[in-house]
Design a protein around this ligand. Structure first.
Ligand SMILES: [Ca+2]
Length: 488
């Protein structure tokens, strides 16, 4: 074993806490959403029949499709699989998907095995050592999956038949994480955990009317939704409602963010066209120390801490997201897609819009966002015994989810008093399609810069020196990953 690989493995074994791991979704929102007339069928879903996976007719003789995933029973119910028809929109959609897949390929889409993310890794490792091939597909935390892939526990998706990452039901940026022809982590619409943890920004439309904010949907569409606009509109709003002379909860603000969250700060960094490092021909270079990126970190700090309308959750952390925007006291709030499915959002009186995180300026080509490192990505277990079934099902499930599940999932959160927000649904898809996954972020594994962004943004006077000090260590870390991939 190469020395670099040994160092890498040692580092990875030391890593126990992964990512911005708010645990998988544990909200009970979906349970509250019922559709009494729900019916179940196994026909091809409605919609654009031309855009479909190209998996041929295959018969797997009733073989079991076994998914090993992070999470618990609630995560299975909220993001993946249903025992039967229940009257809940999402669960019924999952059940329909199972019937469709079972009927199309003659497989048994059994209840996934859900375990805590470290345990999922251990089980995958044990399966690798024993050669059992007990699992068809593994869906574990992004950061953890990167660590597992380096150990050789996963197969290269490019060697799995039928999977075509260029199809729109995969995240296009996944390919940016390839090292040569090696692609171990895949993201598709089949991972609702991933879709749900994508960052965006919310706008309280009732407050926007009160403060004469222009049509931001139009602005987002024509590309003029920028940091300057966010700063301008957020700064219009502050009222000391509780008259204590302090900025605190209960007051009315223009903007909410949580500087303490490294992943949230990473989302702003990428949104403004910044990056941590670049990968070219198996050469990784830290770029966070560039003038442009240091400037972006300073701008995030100014937005979060100096804008007169901003409220930073400080030590209260990001858990406040669930209640703070529905309180009706915030014009804008940084949020994740799944937040809008929380009951607090669904019972919120004010109307709201979803918007992409703004660009740094109008010159930036397009909107960019990222997903939390704790979300699930797809890996192919090295010992999976039927890789043809794996490929066929991942491709078909991803396509089906793109057509049927994701529009439903985002639509539920955007439904206001029974009225579907069509413009919002379109915006939501645009946000999902703007997710960037690059090598630095995908393999951060809490060893890269992501977690440190929080303390950097909180202390603007030391941003440059912190980045400079960290760069050497991070460069070695990433070099080690690449050596582990290409040096074997
Ligand atoms: Ca106050």
């Amino acid at each position: 074993m190469k020395k670099a690989l040994c160092i890498m493995l040692a580092l990875l074994m030391l890593t126990s806490v992964i990512g911005c791991a708010e645990k998988g979704n544990t909200d009970d929102s979906s349970a509250a959403i019922t559709t009494p007339g729900a019916s179940v069928d196994d026909t091809v879903p409605a919609g654009d029949t031309e855009l479909k996976d190209s998996v041929p007719t295959l018969n797997f003789g009733g073989e079991e499709f076994v998914i090993l995933m992070q999470g618990d029973a609630d995560d299975i119910r909220d993001t993946m699989w249903a025992e039967s028809v229940s009257g809940d929109y999402l669960e019924d959609a999952f059940f329909n998907r199972q019937l469709y897949i079972e009927s199309r390929f003659n497989v048994a889409f059994i209840k996934p095995i859900a375990k805590e993310f470290n345990q999922v890794s251990s089980m995958l490792g044990a399966d690798f050592s024993s050669g059992d091939g007990a699992y068809s597909l593994v869906m574990n935390q992004m950061y953890r999956s990167g660590a597992d892939a380096i150990k050789g526990w996963c197969s290269n998706w490019n060697d799995i038949p039928y999977v075509n990452p260029k199809n729109p039901w995969y995240n296009a940026a996944t390919l940016d994480c390839s090292i040569g022809n090696k692609l171990y982590l895949l993201v598709s619409d089949f991972s609702l955990s991933y879709i749900g943890q994508i960052w965006m920004i919310l706008l309280n439309r009732d407050m926007a009317d009160d403060y004469n904010i222009p049509d931001l949907y139009a602005m987002a569409k024509d590309g003029s939704w920028t940091l300057e606009k966010l700063n301008e509109y957020a700064s219009l709003v502050y009222e000391d409602n509780n008259k204590d002379g302090k900025k605190n909860l209960g007051d009315t603000f223009g903007f909410y963010t949580s500087v303490k969250s490294g992943c949230e700060m990473a989302a702003w960094l990428y949104a403004f066209g910044g990056d941590i490092g670049t990968l070219n021909d198996n050469e990784f270079t830290i770029t966070l120390d560039s003038e442009k990126n240091i400037d972006i970190l300073n701008k995030i700090s100014e937005l979060a801490l100096k804008n007169p309308g901003s409220y930073d959750s400080g030590s209260q952390g990001s858990d406040l997201r669930r209640t703070i925007f529905p309180s009706g006291n915030f014009l804008f709030a940084t949020a994740q897609i799944r937040d809008v499915l929380f009951p607090e959002f669904r019972s919120m009186e004010d109307k709201f819009s979803v918007l992409p995180l703004p660009k740094l300026n109008a010159d930036q080509a397009d909107y960019v966002t990222v997903c939390d490192g704790g979300a699930s990505v797809l890996t192919a277990p090295y010992n999976c015994s039927n890789k043809e079934m794996l490929g066929a099902l991942v491709e078909a499930l991803s396509w089906y989810s793109y057509k049927e599940i994701v529009p439903l999932y985002t639509g539920i959160g955007l439904e206001n008093k029974g009225v579907r927000d069509a413009e919002g649904a379109e915006m939501m898809r645009k946000i999902i399609d703007s997710v960037r996954i690059d090598f630095a972020y995908m393999y951060d594994n809490s060893q890269g810069f992501v977690m440190q962004l929080a303390s950097m943004v909180a202390s603007p006077s030391t941003i440059s020196s912190s980045v400079r000090v960290g760069s050497k260590v991070k460069q070695k870390y990433y070099d080690g990953i690449i050596a582990a991939y290409v040096g074997e």
